[in-house]
Ligand binder design. Structure first.
Ligand SMILES: Nc1ncnc2c1ncn2[C@@H]1O[C@H](COP(=O)(O)OP(=O)(O)OP(=O)(O)O)[C@@H](O)[C@H]1O
Length: 460
């Protein structure tokens, strides 16, 4: 997307007819195409079909709230920027949504010009057509795959790519599992000419019959499994697949055939299945939310992508790659900037790096980017700690970087801050569901409640 918002598209989820209409008219005058939904359900339906440059979502909607809607849709929206619209008194909720992954908020009423400014600001993000093209390039020749663990992963991908076997991609959120899945497809010989179909299991319709129809088809309408043909079916966030559909997926994996709803004749599937998860599946199995037999079936070939903090060399390459992409050679990274990048723990992995580089490229005052440009949220004390660079170990291999914590804090403070942040992220990722979050964190619900109480954390 160029810096000119004309040609971009915005999905507006807003029930106020006067405000909604005014936004639509003004944005259209600026050449922006708009999809206006007045309920959460209509917004969800539009976003199932359409990947816009920006989502503008109201918090209070007649059939639900924007927070739950965005939490549900965020995984499927990938990096599409989400801007929350708040009315008076809604600031707390907007802040919570920002923590959960929304990109910005606008307090109502605001002139439509502010939306155009946001579009300009987000230009070049994941959501834009240009970045989709960049993602394709990333699949064919991914930046940041030169470290030892990534070279080993690449060798494994090449080995298993031509086979039919199901592959499970594991690793933290934002580490590049989607890129690895596409890479597997790109390396899969004849299969490459057939479709690559992404199914975000966390974003399937909540209604089981609708989700089943979306996956397996109904009557004469094919579902996503069938759309993959002899290509690749990529089941992202497979741990979120509802229980009833886990049984159907297991049958598909075992028999290589399935039934469309309402049709007696089975359909043969020749698609290769790749699943991905950032959840700890054994914990899900232990708590009973994920079938043991399905886990067993999926995990035969498990490839784990290492977190970014364990790949300092890749981190540097990726930082330069993103800066080139977002600043087009107009900016460079200062020594203290690179030291701060290397010292950060990167809980959001490559997605977080991409976002920080984009923000810095857009907003920094000087052409050379320093620690403060990448981590503007840090105070002076953090800036001191951030100047400590990562040190490769004696053998020259890449020592995992495990901390960027403020060296002036006590260990207990550092541990609490990290724990609080991690629990917050996992809760957001699990849509605030304590049971799911506890499973991911490997603790009981009671322990999680207890920790949250002591860390002064609440879901709402
Ligand atoms: N090697 C790379 N080069 C450029 N961009 C990358 C690379 N790897 C990942 N990205 C970008 O980082 C973001 C996260 O990547 P991806 O979606 O593949 O991660 P993930 O592990 O599947 O995350 P999640 O578990 O949250 O779905 C995306 O915007 C993707 O385009």
């Amino acid at each position: 997307m160029s810096r000119n918002p004309a040609g971009s598209s915005v999905v507006i989820i807003e029930d106020d007819p006067v405000f909604g209409q005014a936004l639509v008219q003004r944005l259209r005058l600026a050449g922006v195409s708009t999809h206006w939904a007045q309920t959460a359900a209509a917004g969800e339906a539009v976003l199932q079909r359409h990947r816009p440059s920006l989502v503008l979502c109201d918090i209070r909607l007649p059939d639900g709230d924007g927070e739950a809607l965005m939490a549900r849709l965020m995984p499927q929206l990938g990096g599409v920027p989400i801007v929350i619209m708040t009315a008076f008194g809604g600031l707390d909720q907007a802040v919570r949504m920002l923590r959960a992954g929304a990109d910005d908020y606008l307090a109502k009423p605001f002139p439509a010009q502010r939306v155009l400014d946001k579009l300009r600001g987000f230009a070049g993000s994941d959501a834009s057509p240009a970045s989709d093209e960049d993602d394709v390039a990333a699949v064919l020749d991914p930046a940041g795959w030169r470290s030892q663990p990534m070279l080993a992963l690449q060798a494994e991908l090449e080995r298993v790519a031509p086979a039919e076997a199901t592959v499970l991609l594991a690793g933290e959120s934002g580490v590049g599992k989607g890129v690895a899945a596409r890479r597997l497809h790109a390396l899969a010989g004849a299969r490459t000419a057939a479709p690559f179909i992404l199914v975000d299991c966390a974003a399937l319709p909540a209604d089981i019959a609708a989700a089943e129809a979306a996956l397996f088809g109904r009557d004469d309408v094919p579902g996503l499994v069938e759309s993959a043909g002899a290509g690749t079916l990529f089941l992202d966030e497979v741990s979120d697949l509802p229980n009833a559909l886990q049984a159907r997926l297991l049958r598909l994996l075992e028999e290589r055939r399935f039934l469309r709803i309402g049709v007696a004749e089975p359909v043969v599937s020749r698609a290769r299945i790749i699943a991905a998860t950032n959840a700890h599946l054994p914990a899900r199995v232990a708590e009973g939310s994920f079938r043991n037999d399905l886990w067993f079936r999926l995990s035969g070939i498990t490839l784990t992508l290492p977190p970014l903090r364990a790949r300092p060399r890749d981190l540097q390459d990726l930082a330069v790659h993103f800066l080139q992409r977002f600043a087009k050679g107009q900016r460079s990274i200062a020594e203290d900037g690179m030291a701060a990048l290397l010292a950060h723990a990167w809980p959001g992995n490559i997605r977080e790096l991409r976002n920080r580089m984009e923000r810095a490229a857009l907003l920094a005052d000087a052409p050379t980017l320093g620690a403060g440009d990448f981590f503007p949220e840090r105070g002076t004390r953090q800036a001191v700690a951030a100047q400590t660079p990562a040190v490769p170990d004696q053998a020259g291999s890449e020592a995992p970087i495990v901390t960027d914590q403020d060296e002036l804090q006590s260990l207990a403070e550092v541990r609490e801050a990290a724990e609080r942040e991690h629990i917050r992220r996992v809760l957001a990722r699990c849509g605030g569901r304590i049971g799911d979050a506890a499973a991911v964190l490997g603790v009981s619900r009671t322990t999680l409640w207890d920790r949250m109480r002591r860390l002064d954390l609440s879901i709402r």
